[in-house]
Ligand binder design. Sequence first.
Ligand SMILES: *Cc1c(COP(=O)(O)O)cnc(C)c1O
Length: 364
Amino acid sequence: MISVTSLKFDSEVEESVLEVLRSGNIAQGPKVRQFEELFAEIAGTKHAVAVNNGTTSLIASMQILDLGPGDEVITSPFTFIATLNAILSTGATAVMADIRSEDFNIDPSAIENLITPQTKAIVPIHLYGQVADMNAIMALAKKHDLRVIEDSAQSHGATIDGKPAGSFDLASFSFYATKNLTTGEGGIITTNSDEDAEKLQILRNQGMRAKYEYVMAGNNYRLTDLQAALVIPQLKTYSDVVSQRKRNASRLSEILHGAPGITVPSELPGRSHVWHQYTILLPDGKNRDEFVAHMHGEGVVAGVYYPKLVCDYDLYRNHARVVAGAVENARDIATRVVSLPVHDKLSESEVDTVANAVLTCLGR
Ligand SMILES: *Cc1c(COP(=O)(O)O)cnc(C)c1O
């Protein structure tokens, strides 16, 4: 079976983890520090603060902004549930804006209508590896005095007009096992603000500025050196991983271009897509479950990210703090997306197998 993700660690990664294991210092230490320094370079920021997962990094970013009951946060409903769970965990209200089909990301023109005096932040998600329209989003944030937290869980190293994902205000990345870069479980917050970085460092370590000097209600959000050691070698070869994902995406598009009724994903002008997922839109009316089952029959695992809008689940549909305006475009897209294997471990013939399986299954 050709899978949507594949993890293979080389001997350099093994050595890196073994070095920590043998050192006897396995909690947060010098490896976490090194990971932060290297990742800040990728995000183009002054600071990066590592935490234990990507959901924690979203929550920590929101906590240092003091988001709470009565505050409103505008986000996209077409995301992994963690984005919404993080907002709700602060006590704030999540307000859903529609998305654009060209990049599956929040539509800046939908945001402005939703801004009220209670709005405190915008949380764009850079879905599938492509940065949202950050120029328009930052202009809105400036005009209305709002903070921005990029949910960059899927977009390590992606750029728009040369500016990296994570470099705009506060940003959250995930290093879960399926992401482009991984620590198994892990997260990082990037920022250029000395003040925000210091708050995050204190927050993740029980609110301590120095030993037993508690200055805020903190928590234990720490990452371990064992985990950081796993990702440090990956950071050094990450640009090759992205190049391979780009090559695979181009080949898929070459073969699929013009296939009846489907829409292939595009890298928009000015943006560098890191192809966390390669997501096509099936023709209107095509049965997706059957298509995915047929792909399986051809030896290809196709993923559905995400089958439903986060605000459309029963648990959140009538939730007092989940407000969905007109999200019709997002709702339509959620019924038609299918993600194909595009990861860097695929051989050229496997990429061809994936694309040809799509052509075969579209005809069924
Ligand atoms: C993976 C992911 C998260 C959460 O990250 P975890 O590390 O799994 O907690 C948040 N948002 C998006 C869009 C994600 O894809």
